[in-house]
Structure formats: C-alpha cells, structure tokens
Design a protein around this ligand. Structure first.
Ligand code: ANZ
Ligand code: ZN
Ligand code: ZN
Length: 817
C-alpha cells in the first residue's frame, strides 16, 4: 500500500460519498430515526476557525455513530444569513449584503465539505433566500392572526445623532456605538412584539422534561422568572387615582410605610405636587439614562424623589408618602411597589437614605432588624400571631372583598421585540391602511421580497432604508383595495432561526412551510449541538414550536422540538485568549488540513483535546499527534495486508495470543460504545490509542496471518470511523470489505471476551504472608496498596508506617516496617 496521505484519500472519499448520496435520507418507518443537527451558523466573513470545528466534529461523530448503529440519521446544515454585520459591511464598502452573504456561504461550505461532515446536503437551507423567508413571513401572519404578533409603544434606546433606535448591544457605556460622545436616551417608539408571555407557563413547565444542561435550564427558569403573589390597591389621598402594586409578600402590608413608583409610571405627572415638579422632572430625565441592569444593581446607592402626594394603606388606612425611584422598574409587575423597609433590603436602604419610617411586622429572632424571612405576624391588627403563609392568604382574601386585592402570578419574561429598523432582514409582512389598520399580507402575495437597493446607510429618521423606497412602500390594501403602505421594519434574525428545524424536514416544499407528516416523522431533534445561546434562541424556538403544535401543524408531543442539547465548550487560542479574527489568533481548519495532516487528524484532535463541555486552549502540536496515531493504524493494516502471502508461522501459544488480541479489541468496543453514549469522546479516542499500542506489541508475537488479526483490525476501523471517516473508509476498502464502513456496522462486544481477569496478590509484612488479595487485572498499583493496607490481618501487623513497600506487579506486595 501507499503511505498514509490524507491529501489524496480525503477528497476521493468526499466525492464518492457525495456521488453515491450516502448521507441523503428520507422517511423510513422501518428504522429508528435520529435527527442530529448543529445550531444554524451565521456565515460570517471570517469563515470557520478550529473552535467552530469542535462543534461540527462532535455533531458529526454522534451522527455517524448512530448511522453505524443502523439508524436512519438526518444531519443538516444551512445558513442563518440575515443580520447586521453584512449590512454594516455594505455601508462601509458598498458591497451589497446578498453578495457578501453568498461569498461567505461559499467559504463555509468549502470548509465543511473538506472536513468530510456527513450532512444531507440536499436539505441545505438559507434564511435570506425568499423561498425560505416566504414561510418565516407566513408564520408571522399566522401569529398576527392569532393575536400573538402586535405593535405597541415601548421605551427603547435612541441615539439623537443617528435618529434611530438602538439595540441594547449597541449602547456602549451609555453612549451610541457610532457616536461615542453622544449619550443615548430612552424614547417611546412603536415596535412589533411577539407575545411569548402567553407561553410563559408552558415554557417553564416543560423545562423539567428537557435533557439539556442544568445550567441552561436554570437560566431559562430565571429568565421566565415566575413569582406568585398578589396585586394590592392603594388609593391616592385626595385624588381619584388608584395605584396597584405587585407584591410577593401581602402578609407585610401593615409594614408598608411608603409607595415607590418607577420614573416611567404614568401616574407620576399627575401625582407630582407643583412645588415638587422641577425636582421630579429632573429626576425622571436622569433615570431614563440608566439601563434596567444598572437600576437593579443592589450595590448602587439608592436615589429617589418625593412626589408630594400620599396614598392610603388598604390594610390600616395609614397615609403613606409616594416616592419616585429608579430601583423600581416599569417593566415588572405594575411599575409601582409598596415599600416594606422592615422586611425588604432594598426598601430598607431607601428608607435609611431618606429617613422614612420603618415598621416591623414579622417576628424575627434578632429584634428590630431588617428580616426577609417567614415568621409570626405582629403590629398587624387582627392578623397578629398568624404565620406569614397563612397571613398572606387571609389578608388577600379579606382585602379582595373590597376589591383591594387579587392573587396574581407575575413573570419576568417580556414580550419578544422583533422589529428592526434595518435593511438586511425579512420584511415584516404587514400593510398599513388608514381604513383597516394593520393588515397581514395574504399568503398568495408572499414573500414580500426585500428590494435590492443601492444605498444602505440609515436614513437618520429612525426608520429602515426601506421607508425611502417609495415604489416598494406604496401598495393597495389587501382588504379594502384602498391606498396603503407597507411596514418598513424587518424581523429580528431570531425569527428566521426559530423554525428551521422544521424546514430541514421538508426543505423544498413550495406549497407549505412543511408537510406535517414529514415533520412528525423527524421531530423532535434527538441531538442539538451548539456552544452558544442560553435563553434567546433556545427559548424562541421553543415558543414557536408550541404555537405550531397548538395550530395543529405538528403533533402536540413534538411541541418541544429539541430533546437533547449537547452544549460544547469553547476552544481558545494557545495563550488562553478568545479566538477572534481581530486578534489575529484564529487557526483556520483548511490550513491545518492542507499542511498535510488532513481532516481526520484535525477532527480527531478536536475531540481528543478534552471533555467536550469544557473550555480548552488550542495546542499546535495536537494535530501532529493524532496524525501519528492514524499513521500507526495505517501501518498496522498495511502490515496485515502484506502478511497475506507469508508462510504461516508456528507459535506455541497462538491461541492464547489471539484471545488476548480479541479480548483487548472487545474491551475497546465496550469502552468506545459507552463513551459515545455519554459524549466522552476524548476517552473513546484514548481507548483506541491504547488498543493500537496493544496491537503493536502483539504484532511481534502473534503472526499477522492469524485470523484474529483480520477480526481485530476490522473492528478497530469500525470504532475509528465516526471520528476519522476517511482513513477508516479507505482501509476498510483496502481490507476487501464491500459497502461503506459508515452504514450499519457497529459491533456488539462479546461478554466472554470483556470479562475482567482477577489476579491474586500476595500481601506480606516483613516477608511473611499476611493476606491474599483478589483484584481486577490492570488495577492501579496505588489503589492495590491502599486495599492491602486495609486488610485486617495486614493492619494488625503494620505496627508503624512501612519504611519501604516492595511490589512485584500482578503478584506481590511486601511492606517493610
Ligand atoms: C412588598 C414586599 C415586602 C416585597 C417584603 C418583598 C418583600 P420577585 O420575587 O422578583 O417577583 N417589586 C415588585 N414590582 C417591582 C418593580 N417593578 N420593580 C422593583 N421591584 C418590584 O419580587 C417581587 C417583589 O419585588 C415585590 O414584593 C416587590 O416588593 C418588588 F417584605 O412587595 B415586595
Ligand atoms: Zn449614534
Ligand atoms: Zn384597507
């Protein structure tokens, strides 16, 4: 055979696999289906680096393993290609985003193809393709018809220079990302939202059933942020106004000594007494400059201002002052709180700062101290002596008689803001008519195509450039036929990536987003691979899929589309810093492949580098190492093939040596199988390295024309195939095997051959036998010594710490005292 040369065998097999459509699949009810797919990549201008390749290697290894098990495996790739970077690049260079996107996709494709990933390329999708976003828009119209897409005014960051709304990520240190000296302000603007809050309860409930990393499940729970409490109503003294507050502690209402409104609260203006006006206005203006994150920072000194008005505590009718302070957020509860400084730290800090009264209403172990726990009520009239949980119920029940209280569940999650005043996104399929209001574009008129324009720079009017395309904007109302105008905002890219798992199941359907039969066959995704997103994408697609199930477009038991999330760690640069093009420290997979090591050695190292879920640093000498391992496999097979014509050699203990070879091989089958099932790729590879070492040692004793060699080598190639698909296929063929190694080949181990051998170790103290120890062959010596010292009869004779411990591996331990 030739020497191992990845540069010739890899392209060869990539072509054969593509020509024979080895990885293309259809529905097949006879076989177990496995849907294994990585997260949809954004085709950035910098291409893939070896950090990304980790994700694709993991995904492909799992997909290949299941294909070898005989399952009907679908693994996909596509492009999440709308988004800001392409548009910003267009503003800078004049190259239109559809061109840069196409170039970037070409680069990504080339890289992935040269890695030999087993995608069903016939199912490739692209979110900026009108054939795809037609259906993103169609889903929008269905959400709109269901009342789950709506337009509303809300507070958003606004740059007075750019005259546009900015995303949170575009606000840097309180200033605009493009105007570093211009402070951004909050402005009320009309935006589109998806009503994800309607699904808060379902999305929370279902988290328990997901085989996802605990940390991500916890983040989703916190993000949804369910809290159970009550809304209490405070009447304003001398006004017709009422102020509802949300509280988780209605039991503490007798301790509510003041109210606090968020600066944005609509009652602030009315409640502000004339003499307080200047101060309140100044405070409100200042508060607008701080983000919610800042405002919730407990270490930040409290600030606030008195409105000059008073409210009546609904429980004891006490007159309590109404303040405005930015630690109360408008977006949560009612935007107003009853402050109970005796039992809430934030309120306590505020009361101290402004010398407001503190009333303790729950017995605490330490007297007259802020106490947030449960206990018995005091200073609470008829409720004194009740335990706080019982008091909560009683107080809410009693106040509800007078319509001053109601039980209430609150969620932290907000509706999903999806409108963007940007060009490079899917146009929101809405037509505004003076007569009919907002009307969805009918299915027959979809897609609303993004017009190809020349000038991408923001208009400065706070609208997308689409607003300046008069011909495009002007349209007839689909309802009344009158003059109307198109919505000019585009959709957040997260909308596009919220349903692509369904599109993969039926990617070329031009009559529907997908065929429910196909989607139901493939869903749920059995393995979803990624190392990015915690909430956002991972919550949005869950929301959409529940909606799809509610519409009957997929079965209810597919409402959770991702069963298992395999979340990989990052690969950093060799010095531990983050890999990024701007730092110039990225390692290009093509460079590694082209330097002669090939894709197999690279893929193998990507998985060997450490436990898949941990962050690691790139090691430049890693790939040469895995390459040498592959070379050893190559040489073993080469030696085997070369031995065919040799005269059979006579060796006394052939049978025993053959058993040793097969036993080592079957132990590796067991180990690799179990490791693959728990995603322990690095140890699965280590086990194969060990097996190859054992083979190399046995090669000197056991002639290669012994039939055990063919068995053992074939089995090792099968184990190697999910990790290093090209070399294993090449050697499989070289050994005369028919068909691809990648389909339906995974072996069972022979229970007899993997049985652990037990050894008897003689334990001596000062040369006299004190015990016989039975241990599994290969047990670590330190461990055996510990076990020996714990033997009662050994313990008895070990009068002191041994000064010396003599060992004969697999046979004897002698402690010298
Ligand atoms: C009175 C009270 C007494 C409270 C007490 C707590 C302890 P979670 O668990 O996060 O839901 N709150 C309500 N709306 C708020 C807003 N818009 N901005 C800031 N804080 C707000 O917390 C609910 C508690 O957070 C509510 O219960 C309220 O303070 C405060 F001994 O009301 B509590
Ligand atoms: Zn700006
Ligand atoms: Zn109309």
């Amino acid at each position: 055979m030739q020497r191992y040369d990845p540069a010739t065998i890899e392209p060869k097999w990539q072509k054969i696999w593509a020509d024979s459509r080895l990885y293309e699949v259809g529905e097949d009810s006879q076989r177990t289906k496995i849907y294994a797919t990585p997260m949809l990549p954004y085709p950035s201008g910098s291409g893939l680096h070896v950090g990304h390749v980790r994700n694709y290697s993991i995904a492909d290894t799992v997909a290949r393993y299941h294909r070898q098990l005989g399952s009907n495996v679908m693994s996909n790739i596509g492009w999440d290609s709308f988004g800001l970077p392409a548009e910003n690049y267009a503003i800078k260079t004049g190259t239109p985003p559809w061109e840069t996107t196409e170039q970037n996709i070409r680069q990504f494709k080339k890289q992935l193809k040269r890695l030999g990933i087993s995608y069903d390329w016939s199912r490739e999708i692209n979110t900026s393709d009108p054939a795809y976003y037609k259906w993103t828009q169609w889903i929008f119209t269905k959400l709109f018809e269901a009342g789950l897409a709506y337009q509303a005014e809300s507070w958003q960051w606004w740059c007075p220079e750019c005259k546009t709304v900015l995303a949170n990520e575009q606000v840097v240190g309180g200033c605009c990302w493009r105007h570093e000296d211009t402070a951004v302000i909050k402005k009320r603007t009309k935006q589109w939202f998806f009503k994800i809050t309607n699904y808060a309860e379902v999305l929370l409930d279902e988290i328990d059933n997901l085989a996802w990393p605990q940390s991500i499940k916890a983040m989703q729970r916190n993000w949804i942020g369910k809290s159970t409490g009550a809304e209490l109503v405070f009447k304003v003294d001398g006004h017709d106004l009422i102020i509802p507050v949300f509280t988780t502690r209605p039991d503490t209402v007798f301790g509510a000594t003041f109210l606090v409104l968020a600066p944005e609260h609509e009652a602030v203006v009315q409640l502000t007494a004339p003499e307080q006006k200047t101060e309140v206005e100044a405070y409100v203006a200042e508060a607008m400059r701080h983000s919610d994150v800042e405002r919730q920072d407990e270490a930040r000194p409290k600030s606030g201002v008195f409105t000059g008005s008073y409210a009546l505590n609904p429980a004891n009718h006490a007159k309590v002052p109404i303040w405005v302070a930015d630690y109360v957020l408008m977006g949560y509860g009612t935007g107003a709180i009853m402050a109970v400084p005796g039992h809430d730290k934030r309120d306590f800090a505020f009361a101290q700062q402004f010398e407001l009264p503190v009333q303790f209403v729950v017995e605490a172990e330490t007297k007259e101290q802020i106490y947030e726990g449960e206990g018995k009520l005091k200073n609470s009239g008829q409720y004194d002596g009740l335990d706080t949980p019982a008091a909560r119920e009683a107080i809410v029940a009693d106040l509800s008689q007078a319509d001053l209280a109601a039980e209430k569940v609150n969620y932290k999650i907000r509706d999903w803001l999806i409108s963007r005043q940007r060009y490079w996104g899917a146009p929101i399929p809405i037509i505004h008519c003076a007569e009919c209001g907002a009307v969805a574009v009918p299915e027959a008129d979809l897609p609303v195509e993004l017009p190809q324009i020349k000038n991408f720079a923001p208009t400065g009017k706070g609208t997308s450039v689409l607003a300046d395309q008069a011909d495009w904007v002007k349209v007839k109302c689909p309802k009344c036929g009158g003059d109307a105008r198109r919505e000019t905002d585009t959709m957040d890219g997260y909308a596009c990536s919220s349903w692509y798992m369904l599109r993969y199941t039926d990617p070329h359907n031009s009559a529907a987003a997908w065929d429910p039969q196909k989607a139901n066959y493939w869903l749920p995704v059995d393995y979803y691979f990624g190392g990015d997103h915690a909430v956002s994408h991972l919550l949005y697609f869950r929301f959409w899929n529940h909606f799809f199930a509610d519409q009957g477009w997929i079965d209810q038991d597919k409402a959770e589309p991702v069963k298992r999330l395999v979340y990989n760690g990052y690969i950093n640069a060799a010095d531990g810093s983050k890999m990024s093009k701007s730092k110039g420290n990225v390692v290009d997979p093509l460079e590694v492949i082209d330097s002669g090591y090939g894709a197999d050695a690279l893929r193998l190292f990507e998985l060997f580098i450490g436990p898949y879920d941990q962050d690691v640093s790139w090691n430049p000498s890693g790939v040469p190492g895995t390459y040498r391992f592959l070379q050893r496999v190559w040489k073993l097979v080469d030696a085997f093939l070369g031995s065919a014509d040799e005269e059979p050699k006579e060796v006394d203990n052939q049978a025993e040596l053959a058993t040793r070879l097969l036993s080592a091989t079957h132990k590796a089958i067991k180990k690799v199988t179990e490791d693959l099932q728990r995603f322990s790729f690095n140890t699965a590879i280590a086990a194969q390295m060990e097996l190859v070492n054992t083979m190399n040692a046995l090669k000197k004793e056991l002639p290669m024309n012994n039939p055990a060699w063919r068995q053992a080598l074939e089995l090792e190639l099968i184990l190697l195939a999910p990790f290093a698909p090209h070399i294993s296929e090449e050697l499989w063929q070289a050994m005369g095997k028919d068909g691809s190694i990648h389909v339906d080949t995974w072996p069972q181990w022979d229970a007899q051959l993997v049985k652990e051998e037990l050894l008897t170790i003689v334990v001596q103290v000062n040369g006299r036998v004190r015990a016989n120890l039975s241990v599994a062959a290969g047990t670590d010596m330190d461990h055996v010594i510990k076990q020996a010292m714990a033997e009662p009869n050994v313990k008895k004779h070990l009068t002191a710490q041994p000064s010396k411990t003599v060992t004969v591996p697999d046979k004897l331990i002698n402690f010298v005292v």
